[in-house]
Structure formats: structure tokens, C-alpha cells
Ligand binder design. Structure first.
Ligand code: ZN
Length: 423
């Protein structure tokens, strides 16, 4: 995952353009990722797919002719969607188009101007304060033309047509946590799930933030009924604790599974209620859709100083944190895949387990000391109301132990599993 981030880091991405296509090409290696395209001008609900933006070169030369800002040094230097400019101007005029972070004088901010035709440069504040009066040569060799917006879509078909949605944004340039980390974890998840026999189908979306999810929802309105669970992955590579933001529903199965996994992890974690700002969950959880989609992140967006600056670089994300986030995703999906509501077939007092040879030998008991307790919990609470996840929560036993006990009881015909999807 870290290698993928390193490879994608130098690419100049935006909402549209070659950088997005190049990114999708790299992400799609070894998986049947489809690069979808939507023409500029397409109406998507209340929005319109914008013109395609591409940039070849951008720089500022100081009065002595020295390049002081150069796109080749950092693609954060140019405000995303800047219109082309080639002019000489006084410092005072140029300054109206320069953006810095006075509080972090060595960092370059990240800015875009998607919906207002404008241009600008981002630079460190320490560089700005050192500029002399005089004539500056400004060049932005960009194009803003009718083209297309691209996104990547991958469907891994499981036994059921019910889907789990994994969505991540791909529109930021050289920023690692936001959101090369989400791209890397989602891609790795797709690689790991691909060879498995799964209950659910898995739909992966690699989309430009906001307009990408609006576009996908607009083009796939009917398909959204199949989405039973979903996760937006964003900011999953920093050293902060894992944070789960609940879906708008607040009590969806994904919310319960994620909260359970974080709680059982033994690590510090955070859970946030839904708020209508953040990433693409805003669209998935808009009132007409209200999909069960939550967000898995580490430090929430905007709550770390490196957010949307050049300091969100290759040193800010680390492989162990990416791995930890990936494992959390897998654990959540494991719960979704294996959770069920079961019904005790012998509910008149406890069944005589000893007679059936269910109680394990001493050596096995040592390996799985919770097994007998798990049997009793599953038998008692499997009244068609509590799920195995509810029973794990209630008992404090691991979900895996509860699932194993259920499997043994099903084998002994003491328990029946309700078909997936039935309440
Ligand atoms: Zn962002």
C-alpha cells in the first residue's frame, strides 16, 4: 500500500483530467477496474459535470528571471482548475493570486477553484515574505475544455446481489493521507477479496470527491437499492486513532459492525455521529438515498495541521497505520459476511449438550476456553430477534467464538440460520 502511495504521489490529479486516468490505470493493475467516463456538461441532479482540466506547465519568474515557483517542484503550487495565464505583472497584482499559510510558513497549502473561473499559485509564506517589488512573469499553461470526468468502478460478485459499497476519493494531487491512503487501502481490499467466495457482492468506487458520488448516484439510482452496507475510506494512513463516522441512519448494520470491531480491537478509537459535512457520505446519506454508508478514517479530516498542505506527504502516512486500517476494514467485512440471526430449535430449557458430544476435549478447551460459554449464549439468545453480533456484544465474547458456536449448533440441528437479508 505504501509503495502504491509512493507511485501515485507525484501525479497531478484534479476532479478531471489525465492525472485521474493515469491514477486509475495504476490502481487497476491486477483487477478488473473499469474506467468510466461522463462527458462535460452532463446534468447530474442539481449539478453539471465540469469541463476537463489539464495542466502542462506553470511557473513564476521573479524580476531577475529566476523561477521561484514551479509546478515541476510540487503540483500543489497551482490552484486546481486555474485558467491559463501568460503575463507580466507587478507584485501587488500577483499577490492577489498567491495563497500561503502564515501560521505554517514552510508549508504549501492545497487549493482549488472548481466552480469559479480563476487562477492562482500556492506557496510557502516564508517565500512570499521574501519577494521584492518588480515585474513578475506568470505562466499557467492549462486547458479547460469540454472533455470527460472519469471514475473507476469494480464489482466483485458474491453469492448474493446485495452489495457492500467501498468508496474513496481520487481527486487530490500530491496529498498522502487525503487521500492516497484511502485509495491504497481500498485497492488492497479489492485485491484481497477478489479470490474469495463471498456472501455479498462488493462494489468499489474510485471517484472524484463530491461530484463523483453525485454523478454515480445520478447514473445508478436504481442500483442503490442493492447497497446494504457501505464504507467511505478517507485519511486512513496517519498515526491517529481509528475513527468511525456513523451513517445518517445511525443504527445500520455497518454502524453496529464498525463500532463492535473498534471496541473489540483493544486500541483507542473514536466514534462520531453523522454530520452533513465531510466526504462522499454526504451524498450517499442525502435524504432521498439515506444509504447505510459510514466513514472509516483515522484523525478526522481538518483536525490535523497537515490537512490540505504539502506536509501531508510521504512521511505523514506510514505502512503500519495503513495495515492497521486495512485490518479494521477486513474485520468489519468479516462481521458483515458472517453475521446472522439464528433460531434455537430446542428452546424448551437447555438441550443436553454432553449427550451430543459437543463439549470439547480438554486440549481443545484450552485452545478455545470461551467455546462452552459461547454455546450457552448462542442457544439462549437465538430467539430470532438477536443477531450473532448482538450476542457477541452482549456476552463480551469474540464474534468469531460466537460464530463458531453457532456453526457447531447448526451442525447438530439445534440451531437454524435465517436466510441472509431476513429480519
Ligand atoms: Zn480533502
Amino acid at each position: 500500500m505504501y509503495d502504491l502511495i509512493t507511485e501515485l504521489y507525484p501525479i497531478c490529479r484534479s476532479m478531471t483530467g489525465k492525472g485521474v486516468r493515469q491514477t486509475l490505470e495504476i490502481v487497476g493493475r491486477g483487477m478488473p477496474l473499469r474506467t468510466c467516463e461522463v462527458p462535460s456538461g452532463t446534468r447530474v441532479f442539481d449539478w453539471t459535470v465540469p469541463k476537463e482540466w489539464n495542466i502542462r506547465d506553470a511557473y513564476i519568474r521573479d524580476p531577475k528571471g529566476k523561477k521561484i515557483v514551479d509546478l515541476a517542484q510540487s503540483n500543489l503550487h497551482v490552484v486546481g482548475y486555474s485558467v491559463p495565464v501568460r503575463r507580466v505583472m507587478k507584485l501587488a497584482e500577483l499577490k492577489q493570486h498567491l495563497f500561503t499559510l502564515p501560521k505554517r510558513p514552510d508549508w504549501i497549502p492545497y487549493r482549488t477553484s472548481y466552480f469559479k473561473e480563476d487562477w492562482g499559485f500556492c506557496m510557502s509564506h516564508s517565500q512570499l515574505t521574501g519577494l521584492d517589488e518588480g515585474d513578475y512573469e506568470v505562466c499557467i499553461d492549462s486547458s479547460l475544455e469540454d472533455g470527460r470526468m472519469n471514475y473507476g468502478e469494480l464489482l466483485l460478485e458474491g453469492e448474493s446481489s446485495d452489495e457492500v459499497l467501498i468508496s474513496t476519493h481520487i481527486c487530490h494531487p500530491s496529498l498522502c493521507n487525503d487521500n492516497l491512503s484511502g485509495i491504497a487501502v481500498a485497492a488492497q481490499l479489492a485485491h484481497l477479496l477478489q479470490p474469495l467466495r463471498l456472501r455479498y457482492s462488493y462494489r468499489f468506487l474510485f471517484i472524484p470527491a463530491t461530484l463523483g458520488s453525485i454523478t454515480w448516484l445520478s447514473l445508478n439510482q436504481e442500483g442503490t437499492e442493492k447497497i446494504k452496507h457501505g464504507l467511505v475510506l478517507a485519511g486512513v494512513g496517519d498515526s491517529g486513532k481509528t475513527t468511525y463516522k456513523k451513517s445518517r441512519r445511525g443504527d445500520a448494520a455497518i454502524d453496529k459492525a464498525a463500532c463492535y470491531v473498534l471496541g473489540a480491537s483493544g486500541e483507542d478509537y473514536g466514534v462520531l455521529d453523522f454530520v452533513p459535512y465531510g466526504y462522499d457520505e454526504r451524498q450517499y446519506c442525502s435524504p432521498a438515498f439515506n444509504l447505510p454508508v459510514g466513514v472509516l478514517a483515522r484523525t478526522p479530516h481538518g483536525q490535523y495541521p497537515q490537512y490540505h498542505t504539502s506536509a501531508d506527504d510521504l512521511s505523514f502516512v506510514q505502512a503500519p497505520f495503513l495495515a492497521n486500517s486495512l485490518l479494521k476494514c477486513l474485520s468489519i467485512l468479516n462481521v458483515l459476511e458472517n453475521n446472522a440471526v439464528c433460531v434455537n430449535q430446542n428452546p424448551w430449557c437447555e438441550p443436553q449438550l454432553g449427550r451430543r458430544g459437543i463439549f470439547r476435549s480438554f486440549s481443545e478447551r484450552a485452545r478455545n476456553p470461551d467455546f462452552e460459554m459461547a454455546l450457552l449464549w448462542v442457544l439462549n439468545y437465538s430467539d430470532g430477534h438477536y443477531s450473532l453480533l448482538d450476542i457477541a456484544e452482549r456476552s463480551g465474547l469474540a464474534f468469531e467464538a460466537i460464530r463458531l458456536a453457532a456453526d457447531v449448533l447448526i451442525e447438530q440441528q439445534l440451531l437454524e440460520e435465517r436466510p441472509a437479508g431476513k429480519p
